[in-house]
Design a protein around this ligand. Sequence first.
Ligand code: ZN
Ligand code: ZN
Length: 215
Amino acid sequence: MITRLQDFPRSVYYKPRIRIEQTNQQIHGLVSTNESLNRALAKSDNDKTSLETDLNVEKEFQQRLQKALQNEKDKVLTLQIDIHELNSMKQEYDAYKKEMTKKQNDFEKKFNDQDETIEELALKLEVYIKREHESREKDGIRASGWMKDEDVKECCQCKKEFGALRRKHHCRQCGLIFCEACVSTKLTLSGTNKPVRVCDACCKNVLAQCAVNGP
Ligand SMILES: [Zn+2]
Ligand SMILES: [Zn+2]
């Protein structure tokens, strides 16, 4: 016997339909959620890739910074070594300078002492020369060396021996000793009030001097 649908109580076929619709709605909701989750996942993948790229860039940057920092550290180390060497050099230089200053002071002291001694000697020499000059002026002699009679055996010019017949005569200009023939010229020298004997060489010199300076 076939039972018609109309014959079933209404609740028997109505309830499952509601369940199916509810389930369909739930499925639809789940699909929608799944899609949005997939989109979120894709977005988060993108974000992850982008973050990884950023991270790599950061890492490279950090590596470069570390390298630069290491370079700077090396430079600082080199500079510290240089400073140390310079300090050593400065100490050596200071010691050398100190030694040199001491030597210079010693030298200056010695030099001043010697300078005083030289000044004293120069003063004495000046006084001596002045006296000698005055004494020779008095004698009418310009000679730088007055020859002693006992030192000479022969004429300074013609070389003839002195004896009883050949007497010794001083040239009043140079002080050397000649025979009468070799010192026969007489000239009035400055400081002498009468003509005195001069040798040929001195005669030439005195006349040449007069020609330059005038009489
Ligand atoms: Zn002579
Ligand atoms: Zn002379």
